[in-house]
Write a protein that binds this ligand. Structure first.
Ligand code: TTP
Ligand code: MG
Length: 615
């Protein structure tokens, strides 16, 4: 088992380590609750673990036997000139060594086999759980930190459960075995050999105390480096745009050198400890040689016993070295285990009742009754919102930024649970049905149109993976996306890069609309589908929308008020309240916030066109 320097990729943006409590948990080396639950993962592999344990027993027994056989070789055959006996025992020794080789290979194989299966089980469990956790969880947890749970924390648990446990048992067994054999061969010489043990104990105590701090520092400084790197990489555009490369470099240099110092510190600790243990081993050998040599000279001990002792003393310090290293593995695994279990135990904010029924086939009525809502339980962003949308109606939500438009969409799709009041679809409270059956019947074109890396066609059929090529093309045509897709080098097979960066924002929106058209939902939620695109694309999107909205209940959130003048109802939101509602004409006549917003946009647009006329 090797030292696990910097045991984890506890990555997260700068300072995430502190603000998200990403330290080493309780810092305890042993936690009963965590240990018992982690051990549970070994249960399906009891047979393999017993096999590995048996192999370990064989390795330990043979390791113990070899010096003893050497003693017999010297005392019985070499001293007496019994050459046939010598050959026999040499063969036996060779057999023992080969046995060690076979048994330890088998042990390693079994442990890797079990370890990789545990790793996979844990990762699958975490992934499944992450998919069930509500957006509320993902909003508040940094992606990098979550990735480190699934990748590195799980890795250290595997290290502990598979190799760690057997190494621990094997080392302890070997220690006791060596002490037992030595004492039974010569208690007198054993006392001399163990004369260095108090020194050893003092050294180990000194080391483990410092090592705990040093290794924790290596882990947290590695996390800081990865966090800084992750943030800089994702913010590269902004860094370059503001010419802040120098400042970034400086910051990275700082965390990087802290990381280097932590490693050098931890390294120099183990570089004083490990040779220290070796030194004590040599010291003990010298003591044994001296005391044993005198005993041989006075014929109170045989030469074979002294040679066997020298060999045992050499082996005695190896498990001690390993055990001191295991200490670090154990501590890292406890911290990692605690974090992984905590994630597995996180209860989703939005949880279905046990055996919640499916949402019946939706007609399309949406009612918000006196809905109030707060993200993360703190400041309320929606106040007593009442809204009634009849099947087939299109309603528009408008209002200043931060007014709560996206939040209303989030509640209708039940991404979050209302704090007060209720949301009903066709008279069914959305909390009383299961989430997948509800969302399967809704289409969402999000404010930030997200595409997956993969073919354009697959992105369109994301919600209906079985859709035929013809259906995909029909949806793309309806969304006015067919033209630009056909113009691409590989048409519908063109690969979208991660995050859709090889497509313009408008193109991404058209693809998201095609995706929604293909899913053919009864309820559609469109979040600002016309923001930040040129006028031609806007016209294309509008046309596509008109087709998409026909015959469905739609909630359209738009910043460009020209988009929604035809809506059956326009609700104006401000500070989480619906302050005005009515049709376009009614609201203009009212002369309130809507008219204000509309006139300002109108003037702005005119201003722009005048400016362009001048050019
Ligand atoms: P939104 O509902 O996002 O406001 P909006 O959609 O009207 O704004 P925009 O036009 O810019 O899209 O936000 C209302 C408040 O809720 C705002 O203070 C931010 C907060 N909020 C969260 O805390 N978490 C979230 O996930 C969202 C969507 C909003
Ligand atoms: Mg919004």
């Amino acid at each position: 088992m090797s030292f696990s320097f910097g045991g984890g990729l506890n990555m997260g943006p700068r300072g995430a380590l502190e603000s998200h409590g990403e330290g080493d948990g309780t810092g305890r080396v042993f936690d009963r609750r965590v240990t018992l639950r982690l051990l549970g993962y070994l249960r399906p592999y009891t047979r393999q673990m017993l096999g590995a344990f048996a192999m370990m027993l064989i390795v330990s027994a043979l390791t113990l036997a070899i010096p003893y056989l050497t003693k017999i070789v010297i005392d019985q055959y070499i001293t007496n000139g019994d050459l046939r006996g010598l050959s026999r025992l040499a063969l036996l020794l060779g057999g023992a060594l080969f046995g060690i080789y076979l048994a330890s290979s088998a042990q390693q194989y079994l442990l890797t086999w079990v370890g990789q299966r545990i790793l996979m089980t844990l990762r699958n469990q975490l992934f499944d759980h992450l998919q069930r956790l509500s957006l509320g969880y993902h909003d508040t947890h940094i992606v990098g930190v979550t990735i480190s749970r699934v990748m590195s924390d799980v890795g250290v648990i595997n290290e502990l459960l598979s190799e760690g446990l057997i190494t621990l048992a094997g080392d302890i067994l070997l220690l006791f075995g060596i002490v037992g054999v030595m004492v039974s061969m010569s208690p007198h010489l054993a006392l001399f050999a163990f004369s260095v043990v108090p020194l050893m104990v003092l050294m180990t105590l000194w080391f483990s105390r410092r090592a705990r701090i040093a290794f924790r520092q290596t882990r947290s400084s590695t996390a800081a480096v990865i966090g800084d790197l992750a943030e800089d990489l994702s913010g590269m555009r902004v860094i370059q745009a503001f010419a802040q490369e120098g400042a970034s470099e400086e910051r990275f240099d700082k965390v990087n050198s802290a990381n280097r110092d932590a490693f050098v510190n931890a390294m120099s600790l183990s570089l004083t400890f490990l040779p220290g243990v070796e030194f004590l081993g040599i010291l003990a050998t010298a003591v044994v040689l001296w005391a044993g040599g005198r005993a041989v000279a006075t014929e109170t001990l045989t030469l074979g016993v002294v040679v066997a002792f020298i060999s045992y003393v050499g082996r005695f310090f190896q498990p001690i070295q390993e055990l001191s290293q295991l200490y670090n593995t154990l501590q890292t695994a406890m911290a990692g285990g605690e974090r992984v279990l905590e994630l597995l135990d996180t209860i989703p904010d939005v949880q279905d009742q046990p055996a919640a029924p499916d949402m019946p086939s939706i007609r399309g009525e949406i009612v918000l009754n006196n809905v109030s809502f707060a993200y993360r339980g703190t400041h309320t962003v929606l106040h007593n919102v009442d809204l009634h949308i009849a099947p087939g109606q299109t309603i528009a939500l408008v209002g200043p930024t931060g007014a709560g438009k996206t939040s209303i969409a989030n509640l209708i799709a039940r991404f979050y649970e209302v704090t007060e009041g209720n949301v009903c679809i066709d008279g069914v409270d959305v909390r009383s049905v299961n989430q997948p059956s509800l969302r399967q019947q809704m289409g969402l074109v999000p404010q930030d149109p997200f595409l997956f890396a993969g073919a354009i066609a697959d992105n369109i059929r994301f919600g209906c993976p079985d859709a035929s090529e013809e259906a995909v093309i029909a949806a793309a045509k309806a969304a006015n996306a067919h033209e630009f897709i056909s113009a691409m080098p590989e048409g519908y097979a063109t690969r979208v890069l991660e995050g859709g960066i090889n497509l313009s924002l408008g193109q991404r929106q058209l693809l998201c609309i095609a995706r929604a058209i293909l899913a053919d939902p009864r309820i559609l939620i469109l979040d600002e589908a016309t923001a930040s695109v040129d006028t031609i694309t806007e016209a294309l999107i509008q046309e596509a929308l008109a087709r998409l909205l026909k015959g469905r209940t739609a909630v359209v959130i738009a910043h460009r008020l020209s988009t929604i003048t035809n809506a059956d109802l326009i609700c104006v939101l401000e500070g989480g309240h619906i302050v005005e509602r009515g049709t376009h004409t009614e609201l203009l006549a009212l002369g309130g916030l809507y008219r204000d917003l509309y006139e300002r946009q109108f003037m702005q647009n005119n201003g722009f066109s005048k400016a362009s006329e001048r050019v």
